[in-house]
Design a protein around this ligand. Structure first.
Ligand code: PRP
Ligand code: URA
Length: 209
């Protein structure tokens, strides 16, 4: 059985997605909007986080309250995943952040890792792998492989635009991982780009083209 596949259906997310899909949207608005979508998605993605009961003393009386039971670790896949981190950590300020650098070979579309550093709490934390684009799924699959090899047990993936090919790859390789996307698009083109997608997310975020 596969993990959950959630495609967000929220007017604000649709609206912001339209903005970043538009080829006329420049770096400033693109970057800001990717971060805003990250924040909106974080609210939903954290809905099922485990909580524990605590007692707090209000100015009036003792109260039962609930706090997060587990640490949260956000792991952006460099570069483009960085664009969603500020929005997510605005909502979960105590989250730790790990980084994994992966680029996709333009010819073979295979992922190549060039950096990895994670907080040592990943074994017992709830880990969110973050990358706006799920195309062939090679980069996200690689990041999850690495995190599992380092002992992470509770992993979800959140991204903006996915292709059916990428979803299938993650569901087959990591059926325990829930997938959260703002949109599921039609297909990949011959260069491995998502159609209609939004183009090269890293280049649009950082203005490198
Ligand atoms: C892009 C994107 C994903 C990956 C998706 O990164 O940000 O990480 O491609 O493709 P896949 O699902 O086929 O692996 P890219 O390799 O362009 O690197 P960048 O983020 O540094 O621009
Ligand atoms: N990476 C991107 O940034 N965009 C795509 O459409 C596919 C991979």
């Amino acid at each position: 059985m596969s993990g959950k596949l959630v495609i967000f259906n929220h007017p604000l997310i649709h609206h912001k997605l339209a903005l970043i899909r538009d080829e006329n949207t420049g770096t400033k608005d693109f970057r800001q909007t990717v971060s805003e979508i990250g924040m909106l998605m974080a609210y939903e993605v954290t809905r099922d986080l485990p909580t524990k009961k605590v007692k707090v003393k209000t100015p009036v009386a003792d109260a039962e309250a609930y706090v997060l039971e587990k640490s949260v670790v956000v792991v952006p896949i460099l570069r483009a995943g960085l664009g969603m981190v500020d929005g997510i950590t605005a909502l979960i300020p105590t989250a730790k952040v790990g980084h994994i650098g992966v680029y996709r070979d333009e010819e073979t579309l295979e992922p190549h890792e060039y950096y990895a550093k994670f907080p040592n709490i990943i074994k017992n934390a709830v880990v969110f792998v973050v990358d706006p684009m799920l195309a062939t799924g090679g980069s996200v699959k690689h990041a999850i492989d690495v995190l599992k090899a380092r002992g992470a047990k509770t992993i979800s993936y959140m991204g903006l635009v996915g292709a059916p090919e990428g979803v299938k790859k993650i569901q087959e390789a990591h059926p325990d991982v829930d997938i959260y996307l703002a949109a599921l698009d039609e297909k990949l083109n011959e260069k491995g780009y998502i159609v209609p997608g939004l183009g090269d997310c890293g280049d649009r975020l950082f203005g490198t083209k």
